[in-house]
Design a protein around this ligand. Structure first.
Ligand SMILES: Cc1cc2nc3c(=O)[nH]c(=O)nc-3n(C[C@H](O)[C@H](O)[C@H](O)COP(=O)(O)OP(=O)(O)OC[C@H]3O[C@@H](n4cnc5c(N)ncnc54)[C@H](O)[C@@H]3O)c2cc1C
Length: 287
């Protein structure tokens, strides 16, 4: 018997297409003003940005994200250092700092885009969020792509830490009536919970890590495993996980154990314990 697999019939794709609809967007760098800052919890701040450069901004999917560019270290009232396009490549000036943030909402009529930013003491973005005030400036590059995942599945499991809460809010607003949605959200304690959009058929489980540092517990991975085990075998669903990278890696293991097709999942390490400016597209992040 030949060990060479037969070629796919002519015209047939060799791998099944991703069910996520992706639309490329023109990449634009924008300098925006902080219009409002609001505390959503003890560790999450909502920052509304606006200004003339917001024109044409678009983000349609629940997990669409952009690179946020910050002012120089220690000078939060200065303008952000933004990249510029040189011969088709984006080049950042020396000392520029950027991190990925989910677009929580875009309101062209009000002229604002909203980010929900976790406050923590470990990196420049976490620090910036802690001191954010109206009148300051941030830069935005992107989104590069807007992605619409399938919205017609029988169930959804959304497994996150604080950094995935903006995406959870978007999912809850965008999912149609019908599917059962299980939100599993790990935060420090009750003071770190945020109000989530109300949606029939949604079960929210808050997991409190207490004094354990973020990214060091198995609470979220364990809860995801239990939730996946209890789901019906005969209904196709969608799992979305966004949290510390090693926690997401553990979740990938539970997905494999449950026999869930990886094409029915979006699982991304949003940050990595002990790593500054973690690249969520690196091999390490996808393993
Ligand atoms: C696609 C995508 C979308 C994201 N959306 C959001 C969002 O909407 N809101 C949001 O708050 N975050 C979001 N994040 C996560 C955010 O980009 C990271 O947390 C980022 O590392 C924060 O930058 P920093 O400068 O504070 O820390 P860094 O300089 O990157 O890291 C310095 C140290 O801080 C630690 N650290 C980083 N983040 C955290 C954290 N959240 N809690 C505790 N320790 C941390 C690191 O392990 C490292 O030791 C998203 C990430 C991705 C990839």
């Amino acid at each position: 018997m030949s060990s060479t697999p037969a070629p796919p019939p002519s015209g047939a794709p060799s791998t099944p297409a991703s069910p996520v609809r992706r639309t490329k967007l023109p990449l634009v760098a924008r300098r925006l003003q902080v219009l409002r800052v609001e505390d959503l919890s003890a560790s999450m701040r909502r920052v509304a940005l606006g200004g003339p450069e917001l024109a044409g901004f678009r983000a349609d999917g629940p997990t669409d994200h952009a690179k946020v560019w910050f002012p120089p270290d220690g000078r939060p009232d200065d303008a952000p250092l933004l990249p510029s396009e040189v011969d088709g490549a984006w080049v950042a000036p020396d000392g520029a700092t950027s991190r990925d943030y989910t677009i929580r909402t875009v309101d062209p009529a009000a002229g604002e885009v909203v980010l929900d930013m976790a406050v923590h003491a470990h990196g420049p973005a976490g620090h910036w969020a802690a001191q954010a005030r109206p009148g300051q400036q941030l830069g935005l590059l992107g989104p590069k792509t807007t992605k619409i995942p399938p919205m017609d599945r029988a169930w959804y499991v959304l497994a996150v830490d604080e950094t995935g809460l903006p995406g959870v809010q978007n999912w809850l607003e965008q999912l149609p009536e019908g599917p059962d949605v299980h939100v599993l959200a790990e935060v420090g304690g009750p003071e770190d919970e945020i109000a989530l959009p109300a949606r029939a058929g949604t079960q929210v489980t808050w997991l409190h890590r207490g004094t354990a540092p973020a990214g060091t517990t198995t609470l979220l991975a364990d809860a995801t495993r239990r939730t996946l085990q209890a789901l019906p075998d005969d209904a196709e669903g969608w799992l979305w996980a966004a949290a510390e990278a090693m926690v997401v890696r553990a979740i990938r293991g539970h997905v494999a154990e449950r026999g869930i097709d990886r094409r029915s999942c979006g699982m991304t390490g949003y940050w990595r314990l002990g790593v500054a400016n973690f690249d969520h597209k690196s091999e390490d992040a996808q393993a």
